[in-house]
Design a protein around this ligand. Structure first.
Ligand code: ZN
Length: 266
């Protein structure tokens, strides 16, 4: 019975793979953050290579500079919040795809923004900062590694079942998991964490916290009947706008603090 030792191995692996977030929440971690970062590096390079070949990397210098300036201010604050991320290869690419309303981050601060989000939502700089700060926060809180763990657990389950006849390498699953992770919805708990970290990051970088409220109001208004990729991977509870609104008062001191806002070079 080959399947029994495999099953025991799998369960042992699962039991030894829980960590906690800075907020004290227990995270299911089959993939270490370091592993998620290295797998994401490969997945990001492949994804961007694909967009480059299709001519879909934006050449709109005005937009790229705007996105990089906002992202750079946010990253500067992220480095203060989590100094070990200085070793990350922070990256941002603007994808020329006016039909796709989306933005995502992979482990290690590799991000993408689609022009559809700019064209459909028409965000102010403060609102765009909320989107990008939310993405940075997913990376800071290791949500990518968490989603990859879920994707990998599924893949591992498949591998365990077929292992007797198929000698596939688990690393293949991990690589695929990095790609799959950006298409998986975040849990609502992860969404709340990213909202809370994001609004603070944006405020510290000098972006108005009230924009978090107007951003999500625009998202729900503009989506109408169509489903935005951003909304399906960042599911909103009915309480999101109320929760963000309640946070703005405590964020105002960070926003109103008179200090320089250096831009991390991208
Ligand atoms: Zn999210």
């Amino acid at each position: 019975m080959k399947s029994i030792p495999l099953f025991i191995f799998f369960v042992t692996f699962l039991l030894s793979s829980c960590t906690t977030t800075p907020t004290g929440r227990s995270q299911f971690m089959l993939v270490s953050e370091q592993s998620a970062i290295s797998q994401s590096a490969t997945a990001y390079a492949q994804t961007m290579d694909g967009y480059a070949k299709k001519g879909q990397l934006s050449h709109d210098q005005k937009l790229i500079q705007r996105v990089n300036r906002i992202t750079g201010r946010l990253i500067y604050e992220a480095l203060i919040m989590r100094p070990d991320t200085r070793s990350w290869k922070w990256s941002m690419k603007v994808i020329d795809d006016p039909k796709t309303v989306n933005a995502w981050s992979m482990a290690g601060g590799r991000m993408a923004l689609y022009t559809g989000l700019i064209e459909k939502i028409k965000p102010t700089d403060d609102e765009l900062a909320q989107v990008l700060a939310h993405e940075i926060s997913h990376a800071l809180a290791k949500h990518t590694a968490e989603k990859m763990s879920v994707a990998l657990a599924t893949t591992l389950g498949v591998i365990a079942v077929s292992a007797a006849t198929d000698n596939r390498n688990i690393a293949t699953g991990a690589s695929a998991a990095a790609l799959v992770a950006v298409t998986l919805p975040n849990s609502r708990v992860a969404e709340t964490e990213a909202d809370e970290i994001g609004i603070e990051l944006a405020a510290r970088a000098g972006y108005n916290p009230h924009a978090a409220v107007t951003l999500w109001q625009k998202m729900s208004k503009e989506s109408g009947g169509s489903s935005f990729d951003f909304l399906s991977t960042h599911p909103s509870s009915g309480k999101r706008i109320e929760r963000l609104d309640a946070l703005t008062t405590s964020m105002m001191p960070y926003y109103e603090e008179k200090k320089p806002h250096p831009v991390y070079p991208l």
